[in-house]
Ligand binder design. Structure first.
Ligand SMILES: [Zn+2]
Length: 346
């Protein structure tokens, strides 16, 4: 006969197994959590087969605030490990939270664009060194991604568009047309910071195409999109660079004419006037969602209140959540209001 203790161990093992799978109503669905890291980035993708990809880890310090928020999203998604953590680049609002996160949850593989090239900025160097320490521990796999490669995330096609200042050199299926919006985009000087080296990905899930270029800057957008639109149309755009005016050229955003855009701005960082104005006139944009009300945007340029995760005032840490099927039907939930909006991929 089995001992009582052994029996309890088996019950516990069974329960933890049950907890590790996605909630039943989301079976077969892709979940995306836009986590509020106040003007940084952290976006968690959990595929129908239970694989997870976290793009960026937010800021360091703040008593582990950003890690707490990532852990809350992981718990909601029913995962106890993050399979892939991808760093778009080494600025502190993207890589800063890495050591705190690694201390709280197992991570399988780190993905990045290669060495830090911005050695003049102390906080970037500090964040990069802390990340290198994690890699040196030998506990993690490591991928240096190059444009044109597909990352090995099961259940999603994660295609690398940009990395370390390099870009894909050919049009993807769905792209290839001459880009008429290049003329409307001014030429800007080359960005010398880590932003322009952002590791950008185009993620495909069934009929859905999702673009996240990190903090890729205007000059690189022009190289990527002119004279030919290499990307084609996108259903969900993670607005580059928190909606700061240094990114989101018409050559990019008008040409890909996203159906939905999600801006990971803070109240006082990102959500620039010029960018919000650009998003007001993107052809076919159904909804702009924002993680925060933007002070700079004011009453006129911010999106409607119901599409803002955190309105004006003290931050409560609300995120936004996407549930998507391979058939192209998806919805976005604003956990603050409990309301969601449904879409069909076009
Ligand atoms: Zn940033």
């Amino acid at each position: 006969m089995m001992s009582k203790a052994k029996c309890w161990m088996m019950v516990c093992a069974l329960l933890s197994c049950v907890c590790a799978v996605a909630p039943a109503q989301n079976k077969g669905k892709l979940q995306i959590y836009f986590i509020d890291v106040e003007g940084g980035q952290s976006t968690l993708f959990v595929t129908p087969v239970g694989q997870s990809l976290l793009i960026d880890t937010g800021w360091p310090d703040n008593n582990g605030r950003d890690t707490d928020r990532i852990m809350a999203a992981a718990k909601k998604a029913g995962i106890s490990k993050i399979d892939y953590v991808l760093f778009t680049h080494y600025h502190v609002d993207h890589v800063g939270g890495a050591p705190q996160l690694a201390a709280r949850i197992p991570i399988g593989t780190f993905i990045d664009h290669g060495p830090n090239r911005e050695t003049s900025d102390a906080s970037t160097v500090k964040g990069y060194e802390a990340y290198q320490k994690l890699l040196a521990s030998g506990k993690y796999k490591h991928i240096v991604a190059k444009p044109g490669e597909t990352l090995p995330v099961k259940g999603l096609n994660v295609f690398v568009v940009s990395a370390d200042g390099n870009l894909i050199d050919h049009a993807l299926p769905g792209g290839g047309e001459e880009n008429s919006y290049c003329k409307a985009s001014e030429t800007r000087p080359a960005d010398q910071s880590e932003n322009g080296r952002s590791l950008g990905v185009l993620i495909t899930f069934g009929k859905l195409r999702i673009l996240d270029l990190g903090d890729l800057t205007w000059d690189k957008e022009m190289q990527l999109m002119c004279p030919v639109n290499k990307l084609g149309h996108v259903n969900i755009l993670v607005v580059s660079h928190h909606g700061l005016y240094q990114s989101s050229s018409p050559a990019l955003v008008d040409a890909i004419h996203p159906q939905i855009a999600v801006m990971d701005n803070g109240e006082k960082k990102g959500g620039s006037k010029a960018t919000l104005e650009t998003f007001k006139s993107i052809p076919g944009l159904e909804t702009l969602w924002q993680l925060h009300y933007s002070d700079e945007g004011g009453q006129i340029l911010n999106t409607q209140d119901e599409y803002i995760a955190n309105p004006q005032g003290p931050d409560k840490g609300f995120g936004l959540e996407v549930t998507a099927g391979e058939d192209g039907n998806f919805s976005i939930l604003n956990p603050r209001t409990g309301q969601s909006k449904s879409y069909t991929a076009k």
